[in-house]
Design a protein around this ligand. Structure first.
Ligand SMILES: [Zn+2]
Ligand SMILES: [Zn+2]
Length: 341
């Protein structure tokens, strides 16, 4: 079967190709994509991470199972599903020792021919989690919501914590929604884009600042979540209260990841610096629960919807208008979901 699929070669050279899908293996499923979100990582691939050849794109998608291989029993044709970008193996020593999050024998849903920005894709059925009762424009956030969930969990946000979240991209924004639900303390955010600050305030943030330097000097936080470039770590450490945790994620693909840290401050203030890396993707059932409860709500996060035929406009929007674009989603031409530019 031939399907349309988006490929990119950096910098920003996109092609919509017609590709032949391989025959289904016993443990795989054929999924018709409904919608796929553009991730910051897709933008990094577009900018610089695929200089030598074209790569198929898209790991944040929701779709409908159309066919399954003979050994598949966790999903069936007709199920609405989201796909983990990578899934733990279940049989390695780490998996057996209760640490599936450390598994390095990952089953990945990436393939070379068609992923989320395509009409259809073939994926290991093990990576699929059904979500029949969740609106596709919310379910499409499952993968990044799992990343936000891991960040909040890594920081061990508790009911009385004052929380600072630095960076209001989709990951930071959903971390805000989760942390706001957990904590009765003060929740503040930092983002240089005015519109994103306003969205954070509308979603329950107590304060929103354009930069860490803009905050009153005396403000400190028990839990700090950094979703912007690691160059902001030193300034985040200055904002931690005694015994505070700083959890961070993300890399700076352009300027490197080496930053100077005041280790005396970390030691004498008993701070904990923790990294969050949601690979394998986990927590889909829990983020689905948060979606059903309205804690994560696509209508507040998805700021643009474009059809697959207009996918380039979608990528351009995210690249050129960070102030107004939070999560931009590409939907299949026949999904029935209206474009919203
Ligand atoms: Zn992503
Ligand atoms: Zn494993």
């Amino acid at each position: 079967m031939k399907v349309k699929s988006v490929f990119v070669k950096s910098p920003f050279d996109y092609e919509l190709r017609s590709v032949e899908l391989p025959a289904l293996k016993a443990d795989e499923a054929l999924v018709e994509v409904i919608a796929c979100g553009i991730c910051g990582y897709d933008m990094e691939i577009s900018a610089c991470l695929s200089p030598d050849g074209y790569t198929a794109l898209g790991h944040e998608y929701v779709g409908v199972v159309r066919e399954v291989g003979g050994a598949v029993d966790n999903v069936k044709p007709g199920d609405r599903v989201t796909a983990e970008s990578s899934t733990f193996c279940g049989v390695c020593d780490d998996c057996r020792n209760e640490r599936v999050d450390l598994c390095r024998h990952l089953k990945t849903s990436s393939n070379g021919y068609a992923q989320g920005f395509a009409e259809m894709t073939v994926v290991p059925a093990k990576s699929l989690v059904a979500c029949n009762d969740i609106d596709p424009l919310t379910a499409v956030l499952s993968e990044p919501a799992g990343v936000s969930f891991d960040l909040v969990k890594t920081a061990e946000v508790q009911i009385t914590d004052d929380v600072l979240i630095v960076g209001m991209g989709p990951i930071g924004f959903m971390a805000l929604q989760i942390a706001r639900k957990i904590s009765a303390g003060r929740v503040a955010v930092v983002d240089r884009h005015e519109n994103r600050r306003q969205m954070a305030l509308d979603s329950g943030a107590d304060a929103a600042y354009a930069s860490l330097e803009d905050m009153p000097a005396e403000e400190t936080f028990g839990k700090i979540l950094l979703t912007a470039v690691p160059q902001l770590l030193p300034a985040c450490i200055q904002r931690a209260r005694y015994g505070g945790f700083i959890a961070f994620l993300g890399s700076n693909f352009k300027d490197g990841n080496t930053v100077p840290l005041d280790t005396g401050m970390i030691h004498f203030n008993r701070l904990q610096l923790r990294s969050s890396f949601a690979s394998p993707a986990t927590f889909f059932p829990w983020v689905h629960k948060l979606m059903r409860a309205g804690v994560i709500d696509g209508s507040k996060i998805v700021t643009g919807v474009y059809t697959l035929s207009n996918f380039k406009e979608a990528f351009d929007k995210l690249r050129n208008d960070k102030d107004h674009a939070m999560k931009v989603v590409v939907v299949n031409d026949n999904s029935g979901i209206k474009e919203r530019k």
